[in-house]
Design a protein around this ligand. Structure first.
Ligand SMILES: [Zn+2]
Length: 387
């Protein structure tokens, strides 16, 4: 019999104001000098100021590192490691979206190791080189509902020299505690709520479509898609709706839990385009979604019927799901084409090649050649739905 290897996420606490339990959690888990890793925008908000103050009481002595951009780079991780070593931090608090979260997890992994970041690229058993006792614990507080990086064991870091996104992996990069506090997502503007929410949807959807056998992940993906169907339009239209914000945080952790079953061509292309053009990851997935579904259509008919029924669509089949997604994108003001966000086909061959080699390509419903990735990219530039 085939050996199967499944993982389930970590301890998760959900609720309004739950992040206020952070200082007590640190203290009761032996973390006294946490480094809060976040982005420069969040670092200046009242939320972060208050969080820092809470983590500077009793025996707690926290500091902030915020030199993180969207699509974090190896250089930024190195700067975070320097900060971590200089002040002898003994734990990492990741606060932010996927970029801060991924950078934080990479800093926690590498800060005390002899090897550099790239030694832990997700190839073979590279991760076994790390000394597990020297990996710092990570506590995660997502402020967007999208990547679900708070329940993941990997980080996507761009190598700025090669302009390629690398996946850094270690099982202990999984945060040991997650606080899903909708209060932290209230400030997210509608465009970012839409783009990050579509990333959560793309994780659930690609995991559902992946041909790999993982019935638990498949069920999580189905329900994750349903939560996005119900709550993404509400959190976009009314960012102060705490129930919708909470449900989207949950849909986001479900997406990242489900995608251990695999991702697919949306992410293969989004990774390549993100690395070359530094565009928002969720927005790229949102735009690519219908074009990739069309490219995979022949292999998805049974699954789309099942999904359409679960979502209670009037037309429970491939076309019904496609139309629902097109309508959802419109509701969220997502541009229809990649040309609308300034991309062109000047690097189309390179994008095709990079996408075919991307780790996410392996779990697409069918193997796509570099030329087929080029075709999908061209369709996403032109707005051609190839049915
Ligand atoms: Zn994603």
């Amino acid at each position: 019999m085939t050996i199967l290897h499944w993982h389930y996420p970590t301890e998760i606490m959900v609720g309004e104001g739950i992040s206020q339990q952070l200082p007590d959690y640190c203290l009761s888990n032996g973390i006294q000098r946490p480094l809060i890793v976040t982005d420069p925008y969040l670092a200046q908000t009242a939320t972060l100021t208050s969080l820092l103050q809470h983590c500077q009481r009793d025996e707690l002595s926290a500091a902030i590192f915020s030199d993180i951009s969207g699509n974090p780079t190896g250089r930024q991780v190195e700067l975070g490691i320097d900060a971590c070593i200089k002040r002898h931090h003994d734990g990492i608090i990741a606060v932010g979206g996927g970029s801060s979260m991924d950078a934080a997890k990479a800093i926690a992994l590498v800060a005390r190791q002899a090897q550099d970041l790239w030694a832990f690229e997700d190839i073979g058993d590279n991760w076994r080189q790390a000394n597990p006792e020297d990996i710092l614990p990570v506590i995660a507080l997502p402020t967007t509902a999208g990547t679900g990086s708070e329940v993941g064991r990997a980080a996507v870091i761009t190598n700025e020299e090669t302009k390629v996104k690398k996946i850094i992996f270690h099982p202990q990069m999984l945060p040991q505690q997650v606080f899903l506090d909708p209060m932290l997502t209230l400030n997210l503007p509608p465009d970012l709520t839409a783009a990050t929410g579509m990333d959560a949807l793309s994780h659930n959807l690609e995991a559902f479509c992946s041909p790999n056998y993982h019935p638990m992940a498949e069920s999580i993906a189905l329900e994750g898609i349903r939560l996005c169907q119900l709550y993404l339009p509400i959190s976009h239209a009314d960012g102060s709706n705490l129930q919708a914000r909470t449900q989207m945080l949950i849909a986001s952790t479900m997406g990242a839990t489900a995608f251990q079953k695999g991702l697919g061509a949306m992410h293969a292309l989004a990774h390549s385009l993100g690395a070359r053009y530094n565009k928002h990851h969720g927005l790229l997935n949102a735009i690519l979604m219908p074009y990739v579904l069309c490219a995979n259509q022949r292999y998805l008919n049974e699954k789309m019927t099942r999904l359409g029924r679960y979502l209670n669509l009037k037309q429970p089949d491939f076309m019904g799901v496609l139309n629902w997604i097109l309508h959802l994108r419109e509701t969220l003001n997502i541009p229809n084409t990649l040309a609308d966000i300034g991309l062109d086909n000047s690097e189309i061959e390179l994008i095709g090649m990079m996408s075919q080699q991307d780790a996410a390509a392996a779990s697409n419903p069918i193997h796509l050649t570099a030329e087929q990735y080029e075709t999908i990219y061209q369709h996403a530039l032109d707005g051609t739905l190839d049915l």
